[in-house]
Design a protein around this ligand. Structure first.
Ligand SMILES: Cc1cc2nc3c(=O)[nH]c(=O)nc-3n(C[C@H](O)[C@H](O)[C@H](O)COP(=O)(O)OP(=O)(O)OC[C@H]3O[C@@H](n4cnc5c(N)ncnc54)[C@H](O)[C@@H]3O)c2cc1C
Length: 493
């Protein structure tokens, strides 16, 4: 009998976020029958797009690194990546601005970045180089273990890589904070701030997160930063088309209400409309807290997830801007004067009156994202996760502070240029993407044991239930979500 048919299983995936899409591709390529149920009206979860008048916006992620992880999915399905998905590498990674008029920027090319930061911030070139090398060596020491493998599988710990990593522990900076390490390394407060900001890449706080998180710059400088041809939504679209071509069936506007279970096995799912679908394997790509709370009604497990601190969230002002700004690029940061105070506010559930502002402008690279002589500004600040704050009021106050800061630094009255506007707050992120408290990255990495506390990819209760995506191991962000799909793939023959 054909081996493919012998082991063919019926797999239900709940959620079509980036991890759900990647897992659907992987399992369909192995010959399994895969059905994806998605509560929303299209694929991608946080990675979707919308239009505001003549402007196109990506809803969530804007930074794309490690594109080979997406390409790999096409290759393993026997297809050519470029038939589905095109992207280009950025030369300038990010423009940085401060209130006192200081400006700098970073490049994909490390030597040019070092020269630039050294010239603009007066930082020692050798210290910069050794910091980047340290980031790389941290990634090489632990990246494969902590990101690409299950931490709950004994075989992960029985490798030479683990022994090597144990010898590296002192240089991993597990017992100092990210900020402490950066403050010991650099002399200019602005360089420290620039490197501290990498904590936000997984919703953490540089004043609490371990120095190991200084691994994050390596994602940008080691692997590069990229932009898909038509914006970030291309990633979801391309994987959706690939999965469909492999025979995966998608049911949109179909929310799953229950995962049926008996003893140590799950039997399938029940939709909100009451349809029952049997399955050999169920994979949850939805928020792990909501999976336990609603689909499995296991309050104990749900509360266990809440023992870990939630990651931060975001407030986003999507602005159609009736002008163009030569000094801006795709990624732009306007730093606060007091970074520590900003994080103090986030910890306390409030927003500083001088938040760091990030602006992403895809119309700089993607034709048609804004009309001629206009730009599409995805203007974002980091904010606390939702604890029932009055977000409408907080958004109005924050909007005033953001506009004041941008108008001051860019020397133009930005409010008068806003042609179209949509505002998204953490409570909206929760409702729209069904992510508990609107946390962008599930749980934070503020604790040095966070990697071990994050929910595993295989259920501790049921043999045939698996978990994927930003709320479980290895964490949030596109590359890590793609790793979670690969880990689950390894667990399903
Ligand atoms: C504003 C913002 C900015 C970000 N910036 C970046 C960035 O620059 N770079 C980066 O790498 N990452 C970024 N992220 C994080 C990144 O978007 C996420 O980590 C990643 O997209 C999460 O993917 P996921 O697979 O966990 O699924 P999600 O995107 O969380 O999707 C889960 C899906 O499950 C569906 N679902 C939930 N419950 C049910 C149910 N009961 N039945 C059926 N379907 C259900 C939801 O509708 C949703 O579509 C950002 C996120 C946000 C919100």
């Amino acid at each position: 009998m054909d081996q493919t048919l012998q082991h063919k299983k019926k797999v239900v995936i709940v959620g079509s976020g980036i991890a759900g899409l990647a897992c659907a591709v992987r399992l369909a390529a192995k010959g399994h029958e895969v059905i994806v149920f998605e509560a929303g009206d299209g694929p991608g979860g946080k990675l979707h797009e919308f239009r505001l008048g003549p402007y196109r916006f990506d809803f969530g992620p804007s930074l794309f690194t490690m594109p080979h992880l997406v390409d790999d999915l096409f290759r393993l399905a026997g297809k050519s990546p470029s038939d589905y998905f095109k992207y280009s590498q950025l030369d300038i990674l990010c423009q940085y601005f401060w209130d006192d008029g200081t400006k700098t920027h970073t490049y994909a090319d490390l030597d040019r970045t070092i020269q630039r930061l050294s010239a603009d911030l007066g930082e020692d070139a050798e210290k910069l180089r050794s910091h980047f090398e340290d980031s790389k060596s941290k990634y090489e020491a632990v990246g494969k273990i902590f990101l690409e493998k299950s931490l709950h599988d004994l075989s992960t710990w029985m490798t030479r890589g683990v022994v090597k990593a144990l010898f590296k522990i002192p240089s991993l900076h597990l017992f100092s904070t990210m900020h402490d390490v950066n403050a010991r390394t650099f002399q200019n407060k602005k360089t420290i701030q620039l490197f501290d900001r990498y904590a936000t890449y997984n919703g953490s706080n540089p004043y609490k997160a371990p120095g190991l998180l200084n691994i994050i710059p390596h994602f940008e400088y080691g692997f590069g930063a990229f932009i898909p041809q038509n914006g970030m939504n291309d990633i979801s679209n391309a994987l959706y088309h690939l999965a469909s071509d492999l025979g995966v069936s998608f049911q949109f506007n179909t929310k799953i209400k229950t995962i049926t279970a008996q003893q140590n096995k799950v039997g399938g799912v029940v939709t909100e409309r009451g349809e029952k679908i049997e399955a050999d394997i169920v994979v949850s790509n939805m928020d792990a807290y909501y999976t336990y709370k609603h689909l499995l009604t296991n309050e104990n497990r749900a509360q266990n997830i809440l023992k870990q601190e939630r990651s931060s969230s975001a407030m986003i002002f999507y602005w159609g801007i009736a002008d163009t700004f030569k000094e801006l690029d795709l990624h732009n940061i306007f730093f606060s004067a007091d970074y520590q105070k900003e994080y103090q506010h986030i910890s306390e559930g409030t927003i500083s009156d001088d938040p760091t502002v990030y602006i992403n402008i895809t119309s700089k690279y993607v034709e048609g994202d804004a009309p001629e002589d206009h730009e599409n500004w995805f203007t974002m600040i980091n904010v606390p996760y939702d604890r029932g704050q009055d977000w409408q009021m907080m958004a109005q106050i924050a909007r005033t502070h953001v506009l004041r800061k941008l108008s001051f630094i860019l020397k133009r009255d930005i409010a008068t240029l806003i042609h179209q506007e949509r505002i998204v707050t953490p409570d909206i992120i929760d409702k729209k993407t069904l992510s508990y408290t609107g946390s962008l990255y599930g749980t934070s990495s503020n604790d040095r044991m966070a990697a071990f506390a994050r929910h595993p990819n295989k259920s501790p209760d049921f043999d045939n239930l698996f978990f994927l995506g930003g709320s479980v191991h290895p964490g949030g962000g596109i590359p890590l979500c793609l790793f979670s799909a690969s880990i689950v793939d390894d667990m399903i023959p």
